[in-house]
Design a protein around this ligand. Structure first.
Ligand code: 2AL
Length: 245
């Protein structure tokens, strides 16, 4: 089975962190193809970044279809372009936020999300509502860390994230933590050991969910709104993204 894990931001060092988490979670025999968006923002921290990042994401989905990928993971916690990616793919496409939140709801009656900037928290709160997770998510907590600071030892990112996790357990009454950025994937095991509750990295769990769906012969429904896009010309710089069978 070949699963393509796409970092929709254009920072290759973050893709390396994501790829390592995906490979550590994958079953024997699963090939992880890790991709970095070929264009767009170096990090995704707002609605504008998200909108622009979807172009590179869709390019990677389309090349994945040509290369015989069985399923996909959108490795950014805003799950940008998820439904558009599903239109373009035969196999399952999972976002790390939806995968992590669903997994957390299996493991605890309440969880908290620990994410990056305050403005990014609002995006996660939207997702909580659109995934129907209001009864499970007790709070989304921002750490005021920029995405690229996660990879900067001077930012003290681990300590700030650990502090937010402890507050979530004490003040929100949560029984599990969802890490709210793909760039936190390398922290999950260590934080879980320290906190003694499930700490869920969406990259690993999304890979496992894609494996489960593909293993059962399940792919994206091609009936209705997730059918392949309608063929029509696209103008200007995006002409190559026009759908062709
Ligand atoms: C993210 C993420 O996972 N990758 C990125 O560039 N921005 N989301 C976030 N909440 O910080």
């Amino acid at each position: 089975m070949r699963i393509k894990v796409i970092n929709p931001n254009s920072t290759a060092s973050m893709t390396a962190v994501i790829a390592a988490a995906a490979r550590a979670a994958a079953s024997h025999g699963t090939e992880i193809v890790a991709a970095t968006a070929p264009c767009g923002p170096v990090s995704i921290e707002g609605h504008y970044d998200e909108a622009v990042s979807v172009i590179g994401l869709l390019e990677e989905i389309r090349s994945g279809e040509r290369d015989g990928c069985d399923g996909y993971v959108v490795a950014c916690f805003g799950d940008p372009g998820l439904l558009a990616a599903r239109e373009a793919a035969r196999g399952p496409v999972l976002g790390i936020a939806e995968a992590a939140m669903h997994a957390a709801s299996f493991l605890a009656t309440g969880f908290s999300v620990v994410t990056t900037l305050g403005r990014t928290r609002v995006i996660a709160e939207h997702l909580v509502r659109s995934y129907g997770m209001e009864h499970h998510c007790r709070r989304v907590r921002a750490t005021d860390l920029a995405v690229l600071e996660l990879d900067d030892p001077a930012s003290d990112a681990r300590a700030k994230i650990l502090d937010a996790c402890r507050r979530a357990l004490d003040e929100d009454g949560s029984g599990a933590i969802v890490l709210g950025c793909a760039g936190m994937a390398d922290l999950a095991a260590d934080l879980q050991g320290e906190l003694g509750v499930p700490v869920i990295d969406g990259v690993g769990i999304a890979v496992r969910f894609v494996e489960a769906l593909c293993g059962l012969g399940l792919g994206t429904s091609k009936r209705g709104d997730l059918a392949f896009p309608i063929r029509k010309p696209f103008a200007g710089a995006l002409a190559d993204l026009a759908w062709r069978d």
